[in-house]
Design a protein around this ligand. Structure first.
Ligand SMILES: Nc1ncnc2c1ncn2[C@@H]1O[C@H](COP(=O)(O)OP(=O)(O)O)[C@@H](O)[C@H]1O
Ligand SMILES: O=C(CO)[C@@H](O)[C@H](O)[C@H](O)[C@H](O)COP(=O)(O)O
Length: 481
C-alpha cells in the first residue's frame, strides 16, 4: 500500500512501446497517485504516492453544519504527489484516470478556473476563480429543507452533501454566492476540466448519480423538474460514460506530455472496487474516510424507478450499465480520525503535544492486546443517510473496560457492526458471495478493523497489495482502449 509523504518506487518505468497510465484519487483525507504499466505478466504499479490534504475549511455561510475543503490545498497535495514521481516515468504517461470523493460540488468561472505556470519540471496549474469544495459530509441541508425540494425522478434519493441539494441550498439561502460562477462539478471533474482546458465540464454517470436528480436509465438530468423549480441548469455538467475520454491535455503537466488522454472523472468507490473485484461472487469492503460494503448486481439488473429513502442499501452505477448494491456508510475511518483528534485536543489542553500518527499506532497496538470488550459503541457520529437522526452512543460502560485498548476495540467493532447492520452477512451469503476483498487505507493500516471484519463476516477476507481508487482509476484507463 501507499505510504504518506514519499513516492514509493516499485519497479522500472515503462519501456518504449508499453502503455503507462497515471491514476489519481482525490479523496476526502488524502490525494493518492499511482503509475501503472501493462507488462506481459499483467499490470504493475511502478510508483505510488499519498499526501494528506489538510484541506478542511470554515464554512461561514453554513455554520457548524457545513463541511468545506480548500481547493488550493487539495491541488497542493496533488502537485506534491506528482512532483515526487521521477520525470522519466511521467514522460512515458500516455493516459490519465482520475477519481475522487463523490457527491460534493465545487464552482468556478469558465476560462478563469486556474492559472498555469512554469515549474522546474514543466507546467503546473493553481486554482483561480474557484469556490471551496462543499463535500459529501456537509450537513447544511436539514431533513425539512430536503423535504421541501421537488421529488427526483431517479432511483437514488437526495441527501445533504449531494451536489444538487447544495446548489438548491445556495439558491434559497445565499443566491449571491452563485453569481460569480458559471461552471460546477465534483473536485475531480474540476481537475479534468482544468488539465484538458474544457470549455464546459464533463461528468461521468457515476458522479452525476451521486449529485441527485439524475436518471441512470436515460442517462440524463431531471431537467424539467429542476427547471420548474428555478434550479440553475447552466451549472449542470455534460454527462459521459465512465471510461470515456474527456479530452487531451493541451499543455504538458508536471512533465506528462502534451496530448495525453484524460478519462472522464470517476467515483472513488467504483474505482476502489475496480482495483480488486475479479469475480461476480466477490464482495468488496472499502474503508477510507467513509466505508462501503458492496456486491455486484446480476448483469442486466435495472434499479427500481423510485428510491427507498429508508433502505440502507442503494444501487450505484458501475461500468458498462452494471450496478453495485452498496451499503454506503458515512461512518468509516472518519470515526477513528474524530477519536484521534479528540484525544490530541484533550492532550493539548492538558499540556502534552502528541503526533496523531503515533496515536493511531499506540491505539491499534493497545487494542490488539484486548481481544474483546463489554464496552459497546454505536459509532454513527455522522448519522447515516437512511437514518440521519441516529448519532453515536456508548453503552455498557464498566470501570474495568476503559483502557485505550478497550475503547479502540469497541470503536472498531462498532464500525464493522454498523456496516453489518446495513448489509448483513446473511444477505451476502444469499447473494452467493464467496469472499470479501478489502480496500482502502483505513482498513489496510488497521489490524484491529481487519480482525473485526473477519469475526463478523466469516468468509475468506483478502487484502490486496495495490488496491485502492488511484490504482482502479488507472486500470479503467488501461483496459478501455
Ligand atoms: N497513521 C494511521 N494509521 C492507521 N490509520 C490511519 C492513520 N492515519 C489515518 N488513518 C485512517 O485513514 C483514514 C483516511 O484514509 P484515506 O485513504 O486517506 O482516505 P480518503 O481516501 O477518503 O482520502 C482516516 O480517516 C483514518 O481513519
Ligand atoms: O458518501 C459515501 C459514503 O459511503 C459514498 O456514497 C461515497 O462513495 C464516498 O464516501 C465518497 O466518494 C467519499 O469517499 P472517501 O474519500 O471516503 O474514499
Amino acid at each position: 500500500m501507499m505510504a504518506d509523504n514519499q513516492a514509493i518506487g516499485l519497479g522500472p518505468c515503462a519501456t518504449p512501446g508499453t502503455v503507462c497510465v497515471l491514476g489519481i484519487d482525490l479523496g476526502t483525507t488524502s490525494v493518492k497517485a499511482a503509475l501503472v504499466v501493462e507488462t506481459e505478466q499483467g499490470q504493475i504499479v511502478t510508483q505510488s504516492c499519498s499526501r494528506e490534504t489538510q484541506a478542511q475549511s470554515d464554512s461561514p455561510a453554513a455554520g457548524a453544519q457545513g463541511m468545506e475543503q480548500d481547493v488550493q490545498r487539495i491541488i497542493n497535495a496533488l502537485n506534491e504527489c506528482l512532483a515526487a514521481f521521477p520525470q522519466e516515468h511521467l514522460q512515458r504517461v500516455s493516459r490519465i484516470g482520475i477519481s475522487g470523493q463523490m457527491h460534493g460540488v465545487v464552482f468556478w468561472k469558465t476560462n478563469q478556473g486556474c492559472k498555469w505556470a512554469e515549474s522546474g519540471t514543466g507546467h503546473i496549474f493553481q486554482p483561480g476563480e474557484v469556490s471551496h469544495l462543499i463535500t459529501w459530509q456537509d450537513g447544511r441541508c436539514s431533513s425539512s429543507f430536503l423535504s421541501s425540494l421537488p421529488q427526483p425522478q431517479s432511483h437514488l434519493s437526495v441527501a445533504t452533501g449531494f451536489g444538487c441539494a447544495t446548489i438548491y441550498w445556495y439558491l434559497k439561502n445565499s443566491p449571491d454566492f452563485l453569481k460569480p460562477y458559471d461552471a460546477a462539478g465534483t473536485i475531480h471533474d474540476y481537475v479534468v476540466a482544468m488539465v484538458c482546458d474544457l470549455e464546459r465540464p464533463l461528468m461521468s454517470i457515476q458522479n452525476a448519480a451521486s449529485w441527485g436528480y439524475f436518471n441512470c436509465r436515460s442517462k440524463s438530468w431531471n431537467t424539467e423538474i429542476l427547471r420548474e423549480s428555478g434550479f440553475p441548469l447552466d451549472l449542470l455538467p455534460e454527462v459521459g460514460d465512465p471510461g470515456d475520454i474527456a479530452g487531451r491535455m493541451p499543455h504538458d503537466w508536471h512533465g506528462i506530455p502534451k496530448g495525453t488522454e484524460v478519462g472522464v472523472a470517476l467515483g472513488d468507490f467504483q474505482c476502489s472496487v475496480y482495483s480488486c473485484m475479479t469475480e461476480r461472487t466477490d464482495a468488496v469492503l472499502n474503508i477510507s474516510t467513509s466505508a462501503q460494503l458492496t456486491v455486484p448486481m446480476p448483469l442486466g439488473f435495472q434499479p427500481p424507478e423510485t428510491p427507498d429513502s429508508l433502505s440502507a442499501v442503494a444501487y450505484f452505477p458501475y461500468f458498462d450499465g452494471n450496478y453495485l448494491a452498496v451499503a454506503a456508510s458515512l461512518n468509516g475511518g472518519n470515526v477513528l480520525a474524530t477519536f484521534v483528534d479528540m484525544l490530541a485536543r484533550w492532550m493539548a489542553e492538558l499540556g502534552c503535544e502528541v503526533l496523531e500518527s503515533n496515536v493511531y499506532t499506540q491505539m491499534i497496538n493497545a487494542a490488539l492486546t484486548q481481544n474483546d470488550t463489554r464496552l459497546s459503541i454505536c459509532p454513527t457520529v455522522f448519522g447515516e443517510r437512511h437514518m440521519p437522526e441516529q448519532l453515536a452512543s456508548v453503552t455498557s460502560i464498566t470501570a474495568s473496560d476503559l483502557s485505550l485498548g478497550h475503547v479502540t476495540r469497541a470503536l472498531c467493532h462498532g464500525i464493522i457492526q454498523n456496516l453489518h447492520s446495513m448489509l448483513p452477512f446473511q444477505d451476502l451469503k444469499e447473494a452467493g458471495v464467496k469472499r470479501i476483498l478489502g480496500s482502502g487505507s483505513a482498513l489496510s493500516r488497521n489490524e484491529v478493523l481487519k480482525q473485526e471484519v473477519e469475526k463478523m463476516f466469516p468468509l475468506p477476507v483478502i487484502y490486496g497489495k495495490d488496491v485502492d481508487a488511484a490504482v482502479g482509476a488507472a486500470m479503467v484507463m488501461l483496459h478501455r482502449r
